[in-house]
Design a protein around this ligand. Structure first.
Ligand code: ATP
Ligand code: LTN
Length: 345
């Protein structure tokens, strides 16, 4: 057992902080969407909450991964969490497969989740279309594993992008059902979304979510790519032919770039429209590219330093999984007892 007194002692404190759990899949190089929709938000929540931030590698194998790439992406994702500002001394940072309780709770929750509920999940429908040659059972039960991640830690709040809303709702339904059948076991978590940046769209098809597993690298900005690459990709982002910087229905490309600009500058859409009144898309794209590249610059530099320090990253992983395992075991033992599994002292 390693120390992370901040988290381990939390439930016993008179005024315990509320708890947060979130994760990103190491299914590629993390994107601007992951940053603006999730990780940037995680950083600001660290002071006020007990936070657990996980690299969810078990989720990543629902889509076929090259094993060596998965290992590398896992380490890179952890380094990026820290480079973005997650402080492992303050928050628990760990890798999902290092804590077996996630898979163990998942089985029990699978037996308390209905086939019909899972059939309605839009992410399953999207991903099974995209990977029609590998519609495996894990892809179908993915949300149950996510529910296990969240419920294991008696989580209060789940900061995610809006695309995950349905999964958090399912988590609440499963927890309520379980509590109803077996008695109070799980805290019912709430989702938590940022206002701007909750959904950043693809640069090549702005009607679709920006995604790290998109085979076309022009569709996303990777957090760690070079300044020039970022500016170039934003310059060639798909827009419309109206040449008017205005947030409006049907202008998905411009709306998307305005969201990105707003996330980095804190400016409202009205302010952005005024700033670019009478200017063409070329000027606007250049400005978006620059704020984006500047905003990501310090993260890129810190990441380059951290990713070389394997010993440090492995130390963070080990301490994180010790803390997480300790907390997870408490919930898992309670669940095993409630469902009637025989335990030997
Ligand atoms: P994949 O392409 O492998 O499906 P992804 O890039 O969509 O992955 P996830 O690992 O599934 O990302 O998501 C991690 C977190 O990032 C979630 O909270 C999710 O809501 C958020 N997120 C992912 N993409 C975006 C996006 N384009 N805009 C806003 N938030 C996003
Ligand atoms: N399904 C999420 C990733 C994820 C997650 C979680 C997010 C897995 N487990 C628990 C929040 C809490 C996704 O973004 N695709």
């Amino acid at each position: 057992m390693t120390e992370n007194a901040n988290i381990i002692n939390a439930p016993e404190k008179a005024e315990a902080k509320k708890r947060i759990f979130s994760g990103v899949q190491p299914s590629g190089i993390l994107t601007l969407g992951n940053y603006l929709g999730a990780i940037k938000n995680w950083v600001t929540l660290q002071d006020d909450y007990e936070c657990l931030y996980c690299v969810v590698d078990l989720h990543a194998i629902t889509v076929r991964q090259v094993p060596a790439d998965l290992r590398r992406h896992t380490q890179e994702a952890l380094a990026l969490y820290i480079a973005c500002g997650i402080d492992p001394e303050q928050s628990c940072v760990f890798v999902q497969s290092h804590v077996p309780a996630h898979a163990e709770l998942s089985w029990v929750l699978n037996c308390n989740t209905m086939f019909g509920e899972l059939s309605r999940m839009t992410q399953f429908k999207d991903k099974s279309q995209k990977h029609s040659d590998n519609v495996n059972a894990g892809l179908f039960t993915y949300p149950v594993l996510m529910a296990s991640d969240i419920l294991l830690y008696q989580t209060d709040l789940v900061p995610v992008g809006i695309d995950q809303k349905q999964h958090v709702e399912l988590t609440r339904d499963v927890a309520q059902r379980f509590n109803g059948v077996y008695g109070d076991t799980f805290k019912i978590p709430e989702p938590y979304f940022v206002k701007t940046g909750m959904k950043i769209n693809s640069l090549t098809d702005p009607t679709k979510k920006m995604s790290k597993s998109d085979p076309n690298p022009k569709s996303y900005v990777a957090i760690i790519e070079t300044r020039d690459e970022t500016i170039k990709k934003i310059k060639s982002a798909v827009t419309d032919s109206e040449a008017c910087v205005k947030y409006a229905e049907g202008k998905d490309g411009i709306n998307n770039l305005m969201s990105i600009y707003s996330s980095f500058t804190g400016k409202s859409f009205d302010e952005i429209e005024k700033e670019f009144e009478g200017k063409g898309y070329g000027d606007f794209k250049m400005a978006v590219g620059e704020v984006c590249a500047d905003g990501l610059g310090p993260i890129r530099e810190e990441y380059a330093r951290l990713v070389k320090d394997k010993a440090y990253l492995e130390d963070v992983m080990k301490k994180g999984s010790d803390t997480a395992s300790y907390l997870a075991r408490k919930t898992l033992s309670k669940v095993y007892r409630k469902v009637g599994f025989y335990s030997v002292k």
